[in-house]
Design a protein around this ligand. Structure first.
Ligand SMILES: Nc1ncnc2c1ncn2[C@@H]1O[C@H](COP(=O)(O)OP(=O)(O)OP(=O)(O)O)[C@@H](O)[C@H]1O
Length: 303
């Protein structure tokens, strides 16, 4: 199966200044992929190149195995831009009809698909209202509905939840899970890292137009597993029992912060604590967040 997205040494220069330096990216079909980076890192420029909205200065990009110039392949891509300018005099339904026609969808298929898409984004029943009367969250939802209207194989979402309240964000997560279950690839550009953490299989972090870290989220965050241990008393026997299993990072009275090689070590730590004659009150794993990793990588890269 071809990759959903693939770029090799992709580069874009604006007025002599590179926005994208040397971008190498591989996104497999069917995965939910987070494309992250600080402001000005080159994310939107990359997305514009993938959509054929701006031409690369150098390098190669392919979508679903085809060059990005291929018009047929572009029909299989759905896109929600970040600052989407709506035709706000239209009703939600007319707006979707208009976009469905732009996609070249058959009328009967389009009329079947519009209620499905409205249902999926939680706007069913509101389609006869004009978009100018929609709240920001509803506008983002109608944008999402147009992005998935033609049942694309690849959906590129630029900040899809920025205007949504917590319930709306959860619904978008469910929508993304639904797209994934249908085999759709989702390429998500977002600054909301806690959302990304809940949604994505893999991520790439870009800075200054290059990928500085990429991989499976669980693997990227796993090496940094920490656990909070709370006992009745920290004794030499406890320290002895822990050595070889975990490293003590911090001590605060009866609370210890431990660094563990993996989650599998947790039961052995619990057992060792009990065998040392100490009373165990709590052993709570605390994984590094994606935000911690992001800040470490970006700030580390700047120094
Ligand atoms: N059309 C353009 N002309 C000139 N410079 C541009 C153009 N588009 C982007 N840039 C510059 O390219 C760099 C990367 O911008 P880009 O919008 O791709 O970043 P981004 O990662 O999407 O940022 P953000 O998170 O703020 O949306 C920035 O320095 C920006 O000023």
């Amino acid at each position: 199966m071809p990759l959903a997205i693939e770029t090799h040494h992709l580069r874009k220069v604006f007025h002599g200044r590179p926005a994208v330096e040397d971008l190498n990216l591989e996104v497999a079909q069917g995965e939910v992929f987070g494309f992250l980076g600080p402001n000005g890192a080159g994310k939107s420029t990359t997305v514009k190149m993938l959509l054929g909205l701006t031409h690369p200065s150098a390098g190669v990009a392919r979508i679903l195995g085809q060059p990005i110039e291929d018009l047929e392949v572009r029909r299989q891509v759905g896109f929600l831009p970040e600052l989407f300018r709506f035709h706000d005099w239209m009703t939600g339904r007319d707006f979707l009809r208009f976009h469905g026609q732009l996609y070249g969808m058959e009328t009967a298929d389009l009329e079947r698909r519009i209620p499905e898409a409205l249902e999926l984004v939680g706007l069913a029943g509101r389609e006869r209202e004009r978009i100018k009367g929609y709240s920001k969250g509803m506008q983002q939802r109608i944008g999402l509905a147009q992005a998935i209207l033609n049942r694309p194989k690849l959906v590129i979402l630029d900040e899809p939840t920025s205007a949504l309240d917590p319930i709306g964000r959860r619904e978008v997560r469910e929508l993304i899970a639904h797209l994934k279950a249908e085999g759709t690839t989702v390429f998500l550009n977002s600054h909301l890292l806690s959302e990304v953490e809940l949604t994505c299989d893999r991520v790439a972090i870009v800075n200054k137009g290059r990928v500085i870290q990429s991989g499976n989220l669980a693997e990227l965050l796993n090496p940094h597993l920490e656990a909070e241990l709370r006992v009745d008393k920290v004794t030499p026997a406890l320290r002895n029992a822990l050595s070889g299993l975990a490293r003590i990072l911090e001590e605060n009275g009866e609370r210890l912060t431990l660094a563990l090689p993996s989650e599998d070590t947790l039961p052995a730590v619990a057992e060792a604590v009990v065998h040392s004659g100490t009373k165990l009150y709590a052993l709570t794993p605390r994984r590094e967040s994606l935000e911690d990793l992001f800040v470490t990588l970006i700030e580390g890269g700047d120094s």
